[in-house]
Write a protein that binds this ligand. Structure first.
Ligand SMILES: Cc1cc2nc3c(=O)[nH]c(=O)nc-3n(C[C@H](O)[C@H](O)[C@H](O)COP(=O)(O)O)c2cc1C
Length: 334
């Protein structure tokens, strides 16, 4: 069975990609993922905050020195570059490239225009095959209109696109008011691929400490429905590679993502829960399903249930709402 899939112009052995997570943050984890059959890996993000904090600490140390020593600027080389944050990240990219045969996709994560975007080029120089730009943000400012939020995001895409020659994927959340239109603009701004969707971690409230507490819960397969809809809707509407993230757990989820039109199915929670070897089982089941249905390749079935390919395209839109509500009453009569 030919499981190959093209994603971002990278020839993947299968569509199964390990998404950004702590598992992809160490060489050991990366090797285990490759051994288990991951077709590509996305490294954890280098965050705008990490870059800015490191720059501030670096600048602060220099400023402190300037006040104390006349030769402060002379000792810059001895001070060296900061050992944490961006430098460690670039080392990880370079080490991953040396250690792995599969494509290494790095990830940059930020929301505001600024010097941090220059790291896109450093990441390319460190050897990444592709870059994923994660625009995770919460549009919480009541003075900022949707058009302004979108314009800021698009500006980031343009700047990062201009900084690198490697393929660029943009990982988005679903909370844009006219998502199909915005997706098209992201592609026009220079994205080669869209990664749908960022999973938003809602804050929890700690009833003992009476404070807001971060609380990470891994995803469940039901969460695939949202990316599934939008990948199905966008498959023929945007000229970009599409990756599904959020809720890809088993082979059934991978198949759904491919049928809707994804080029890659990314996994994080399932791999954290079951370990890297989970990929091997998913691949075997994927191949079995395709063989049983006499498909010859993954490429052949990609997008065959996208919106433009199904007899009832309105099922991807509002009609689905009515049908879903009505399906409850018929189901409950059983
Ligand atoms: C512990 C943890 C760390 C993550 N770190 C990152 C990250 O650094 N950058 C990023 O883009 N996504 C990150 N993600 C999001 C995943 O890559 C993925 O998009 C999300 O978890 C949804 O996929 P899943 O349902 O397979 O978990 C992280 C997820 C988890 C669970």
């Amino acid at each position: 069975m030919d499981l190959r899939s093209d994603y971002l112009g990278l020839a993947l052995r299968t569509p199964l990609v390990a998404s950004s997570s702590p598992l992809t943050g160490s060489l050991d984890g990366l090797r285990r993922l490759e051994d288990a059959g991951a077709a590509a890996v996305v490294l954890p993000s280098l965050f705008e905050e990490e870059i800015t904090e490191t720059a501030l600490a670096f600048h602060g140390a220099l400023e402190a020195g300037v006040g104390t020593f006349a030769e402060a600027l002379d000792y810059l080389p001895a001070f060296g570059t900061p050992a944490v944050g961006p430098d460690a990240y670039l080392e990880l990219v370079a080490a991953a490239r040396r250690a792995l045969a599969i494509p290494v996709i790095a990830s940059l994560n930020g929301t505001t225009p600024g010097g941090w975007t220059a790291y896109a080029r450093a990441i390319e120089q460190a050897g990444a095959h592709a870059l994923e730009l994660n625009l995770y943000q919460v549009a919480a400012d009541p003075d900022e209109a949707a058009a302004e939020v979108e314009a800021r995001d698009l500006e980031l895409v343009v700047v990062v696109r201009g900084a690198v020659r490697i393929p660029l994927a943009v990982k988005l959340g679903p909370f844009y008011s006219a998502f199909a239109h915005f997706a098209r603009r992201v592609v026009a701004a220079g994205a080669d691929g869209l990664v749908l969707f960022n999973r938003f971690y809602q804050p929890d409230l700690d009833l003992e400490a009476l404070e807001v507490a971060p609380h990470l819960v891994l995803s469940g397969p039901d969460e695939l429905r949202l990316p599934l809809r939008w990948i199905g809707l966008l498959r023929r509407r945007v000229d970009a590679w599409l990756a599904a993230t959020s809720g890809v757990h088993g082979a059934g989820d991978v198949l759904k993502a491919l049928l809707a039109g994804a080029d890659a199915a990314m996994m994080a929670s399932a791999l954290l829960r079951h370990g890297p070897t989970h990929i091997r089982g998913v691949e075997a089941e994927l191949a079995r399903w395709l063989e049983e249905r006499e498909y010859e390749s993954v490429e052949q079935m990609k997008g065959s249930l996208s919106q433009d390919a199904v007899p009832n395209p309105d099922a991807f839109e509002r009609a689905n709402y009515l049908r879903t509500l009505r399906s409850w009453s018929s189901a409950s009569r059983i």
